[in-house]
Design a protein around this ligand. Structure first.
Ligand code: PLP
Length: 351
């Protein structure tokens, strides 16, 4: 499990630091700030914010679903999806390493009485159709009622091949399950697979798509699905304290990102690929070279004393997290080609 990175960057200078801890660290670009400042707003709990409505419609349309709902975070979006799809005593099948199981504090269980049954995840980060079929419980009072399958794409920076995702979704659907996709980085997945997000979403009932990761907004996630599902999710969003007011300011950042930042996602992928290739040549590092990678470099430090290497990188203004001897380096729109050069030079010196 990849540990948080929260204290690593305390005190760093944002202008000179290269922050590889996550793609959530991006700051809004001048164009995005201008769009936010110009946003037409209203009270979104009353359904009055035209910019939020425009964003919800746009994202629903992009993913080929009927309706959208703007939420503050990906965690709240996934939670609203699980609460809206399932009731108490029901169960969700989900990949063990997927965020819904591993990093959302089992909110659906705590708050909704919903069980989570983790499935093994393969080398390509997909789940096996036979494991899905085997995990669906019989109609027997000893067991929860299996209601839903929760998939994810990308997973730890890797795009799950469309055929694998669709085979899992089909297995779930054949067993009568609702299928949800946590597409926090769905635009990265689509870019890596050479498809549009509508194709990525065609086999699932609902999708949660974050705007604050590779897309670079300060906050926001859009949940999309059928009209009755979104109406239920809206009720849960309010219950969870996620009903915001003149939030068109954030929705404007989302609309700006869809237009200006989605087309540049491949730049992050090219830069991450260069980072993987060049770091792999250094003694003391082992770099994951699996196919279908997107904006991350997954690095195992084989040299002695990884913590000292982390400190030396930090002294050079290069921030990453460290979990044992594992580093996840995340490339995003605040890191350009010169930044990648600095990271490579920094690793050479730190090793
Ligand atoms: C795959 C995935 N899903 C959901 C989330 C949750 O998003 P948030 O941090 O906005 O709650 C994350 C966050 O990194 C994630 O990586």
């Amino acid at each position: 499990m990849y540990a948080g990175t929260s204290k690593v960057g305390l005190g760093h200078n944002a202008e000179t630091t290269i922050d590889l801890r996550s793609d959530t660290v991006t700051r809004p670009s001048p164009g995005m700030l201008a769009a936010m400042a110009a946003a037409e707003v209203g009270d979104d709990v009353f359904g009055d914010d035209p910019t939020v409505i425009a964003l919800e419609e746009k994202v629903a349309d992009l993913f080929g679903k009927a309706k959208g709902l703007f939420l503050p975070t990906g965690t709240q979006s996934n939670l609203c999806a699980l609460l809206a799809h399932c009731g108490r005593g029901e169960e969700v099948l989900v990949g063990r390493s997927y965020h819904v199981f591993s990093a959302e504090a089992h909110g659906a269980s705590v708050l909704g009485g919903i069980a989570l049954d983790p499935l093994d995840v393969g080398a390509d980060n997909g789940v096996e159709p036979e494991d899905i079929r085997a995990a669906v419980k019989p109609d027997d009072p000893h067991y929860p009622i299996t209601r839903m399958l929760s998939l994810e794409n990308t997973v730890t920076g890797k795009a799950v091949p469309l055929a694998r995702q669709e085979a899992a979704a089909a297995a779930g659907r054949d067993m009568g399950l609702i299928v949800h996709l946590d597409a926090a980085r769905g635009f990265n997945a689509a870019a890596a697979l050479g498809i549009d997000v509508k194709t990525l979403a065609r086999s699932v009932d609902s999708v949660s798509a974050c705007l604050s990761k590779g897309l670079g907004t300060p906050a926001g996630t859009v949940l999309v699905g059928a009209e009755d599902f979104i109406a239920k999710a809206r009720r849960y969003r309010k219950m969870l304290g996620g009903g915001m007011r003149q939030v068109g300011i954030l929705a404007a950042a989302g609309l700006y990102a869809l237009e200006h930042h989605v087309p540049r996602i491949p730049d992050d992928h090219f830069r991450a690929a260069r980072l993987r290739t060049e770091l792999a040549e250094l003694d003391g590092l082992s770099v994951d070279q699996a196919p279908n990678q997107t904006n991350m470099a997954l690095v195992t430090i084989t040299a002695p004393d990884p913590a000292a290497i982390l400190t030396r990188l930090r002294d050079k203004g290069i921030l990453t997290g460290l979990d044992g001897n594992f580093m996840r380096l995340v490339v995003h729109r605040d890191i350009d080609d010169a930044g990648i050069d600095r990271v490579i030079d920094g690793f050479k010196a730190a090793l």
